[in-house]
Design a protein around this ligand. Structure first.
Ligand SMILES: CC(C)(COP(=O)(O)OP(=O)(O)OC[C@H]1O[C@@H](n2cnc3c(N)ncnc32)[C@H](O)[C@@H]1OP(=O)(O)O)[C@@H](O)C(=O)NCCC(=O)NCCS
Length: 181
């Protein structure tokens, strides 16, 4: 089924609640990421003028959504991206990302970037001391058997442009990725 894209202001109140649930469920293994703030996160994309989001809707149900934050004159942060667990690996995340890329390009944005944390051991970076030569560690990053969203973004043409060591505690970095549109 091909999802329909619906801008956040056009979602019904029920669909906004679903969007919060999708966020909570998608990040259930990382409750510190959204947890009880999922509703506030959805609301911020309706009230903050630097933020915009749209949802993938199937049969009237929100199955995923993506947001962007206008942070620079020519770059947007992709944040967040979530697909409901039961519909992952069906192309919805890629479809949302490609649609955001098209919208960014139309707005003359050159770069989309994002941060994807490894607080649980999804990449080879987890648990190691990234100093010294943090940038030198970028070349060898691989996903572990647990898998990590960085591999998803890499498939879509994003490359690692930086690492924030210990962003989520010792040995738990944030991985910064970007793509020229
Ligand atoms: C990461 C996420 C958004 C991907 O969405 P999705 O709809 O499952 O991904 P898609 O089906 O569109 O996948 C597109 C491609 O990436 C691959 N892919 C998806 N998730 C992957 C992962 N975790 N590791 C490796 N490859 C992955 C798919 O196999 C597919 O490859 P293909 O084109 O060769 O078939 C989704 O799994 C999710 O919501 N995860 C939890 C929240 C999260 O981590 N968000 C991103 C944080 S920055």
């Amino acid at each position: 089924m091909t999802p329909r894209f619906v801008d956040f202001p056009d979602l019904s109140p029920e669909q906004r609640t679903e969007a919060a649930r999708v966020l909570r469920d998608a990040f259930a293994d990382r409750p510190e990421a959204f947890g009880d703030q999922a509703e506030d996160e959805v609301e911020s994309f309706l009230s903050d003028e630097d933020r915009a989001a749209f949802a993938a809707v199937e049969d009237g149900r929100v199955v995923g959504w993506i947001g962007r934050v206008a942070t620079y004159s020519h770059a947007w942060e992709l944040h967040p991206l979530a697909v409901t667990p039961g519909r992952q690996r069906h192309g919805i995340g890629a479809a949302l990302t490609r649609e955001l890329e098209a919208r960014a390009k139309a707005a003359e944005v050159i770069t989309l970037y994002l941060g994807t944390d490894d607080e649980y051991g999804g990449t080879s970076l987890h648990g190691s001391d990234l100093y010294p030569d943090v940038a030198g560690k970028i070349a060898g990053v691989t996903a572990t058997a647990r898998g990590h969203a960085f591999a998803f973004y890499r498939r879509l043409g994003y490359e690692i442009v930086g690492l924030i060591p210990d962003a989520n505690g010792p040995g738990k970095p944030d991985i910064l990725m970007a793509k020229r549109l």
